[in-house]
Design a protein around this ligand. Structure first.
Ligand code: PMV
Length: 325
């Protein structure tokens, strides 16, 4: 038996990934940029065992079967092919985020799985190769492999479609204050969402304009320019939700409180707070702000009735190996 344990953080996209040009390989319609979220991580142990009849998956102490197991087995199959082994694996995974916090765990989960499974199979993959492997489990997971502020390049095919660091975690002391509005499991997950993105007449315009938004966002990060960042991050989030709302079926992830907080954040910025919002495929609002303004932003978010809790996360590092046996 050979086993390895790895840990990876969740990430929040500044420029979003929504829609694939190849659903099976998870090749995105556009490039994206994100920040890893320190302290919100998944830790996964993979053990390949000759005696196991099939792959087993245990998440937070519960044995999981069905589509979630199949998705994990697909990534394990890629590892088995590379390592030329037929052994089945036991996968034991724990998320440290509060249960039901409404934080997507697929990015941290598949990044940790890619690293743990490849090491347990005796492979030493390069960072791009690991990022490509994680991508095939969940697109955004490829961005949780490198550290800090990360860009996922759309590439021309599987080979050059991976993420790399733009700047390390200590480059900019940014804080993501996450207002948790609902912990309900989303009805339409991102895999189904990506599949219908192209049904929106707005998706083509969103994709054509993506290189411009990526350039501005990359420049804002490199120069630590919060003004530039806030405009482009809010525009990009709104553009993704415009596509979601106009696809078939229409996907409405916002709740009234989501919009209330988005508007409040814009007012706070007028008052001089360095804060901006971004929203993923759910109702919770990520408020990005500078370290200096984080305590004030947190206090203001907690004051909304309907905000169940506020989590805070700072820029996080790369996926890392914790143990090998
Ligand atoms: O990696 P997925 O399939 O869970 O898609 C993530 C989609 C968003 O979170 C909405 C945007 C992003 O770029 O992370």
């Amino acid at each position: 038996m050979s086993s390895a344990t790895a840990q990876a953080t969740a990430n929040i996209a500044f420029i979003k990934y929504w829609g694939n040009r190849d659903n099976a390989l998870r090749l995105p319609a556009n490039g994206s940029i994100s920040m890893n979220l320190d302290g919100l991580h998944t830790r996964t142990t993979v053990s390949f065992q000759r005696s196991l009849p099939y792959d087993e998956l245990i998440i937070n102490g519960k044995e999981i079967a069905g589509p979630a197991l199949e998705r994990v087995s697909c990534v394990l199959d890629l590892v088995r092919e590379l390592a030329r082994t037929g052994d089945q694996a036991e996968v034991v995974s724990e998320n440290n985020f509060p249960a039901g916090a409404g934080i997507a765990s697929s990015a941290s989960a598949f990044a940790a799985l890619a690293l743990a499974a490849s090491r347990a199979a005796g492979l030493s993959l390069s960072e791009p190769a690991l990022s490509r492997l994680a991508r095939q489990g969940s697109g955004s997971a490829c961005r949780s492999v490198p550290g800090g502020f990360v860009e996922w390049y759309m590439g021309t095919g599987d080979e050059d479609c991976f993420a790399a660091s733009i700047a390390p975690a200590d480059h900019w002391s940014m804080v993501d204050c996450i207002a948790i509005i609902s912990d309900l499991h989303k009805k339409v997950g991102s895999t189904e969402g990506h599949a219908v993105a192209a049904t929106s007449p707005l998706q083509a315009a969103r994709v054509v304009d993506a290189p411009r938004r990526l350039d501005l966002c990359r420049r804002a990060i490199i120069d630590c320019d919060f003004n530039l960042l806030s405009g482009i991050v809010e525009l990009d989030s709104d553009m993704m939700h415009a596509v979601m709302m106009t696809s078939t079926p229409a996907l409405h992830y916002w709740m009234p409180l989501t919009l209330e907080i988005m508007k409040a954040v814009q007012n706070w910025r007028q008052e001089g707070l360095s804060a901006c919002y971004t929203v993923d495929a759910g109702p919770n609002v990520h408020v990005l702000c500078t370290e200096q303004h984080a305590p004030e932003v947190e206090t203001r978010l907690r004051a909304f009735s309907g905000v169940r809790k506020v989590l805070t996360a700072r820029p996080g590092g790369a996926a890392q190996l914790v143990q090998e046996r």
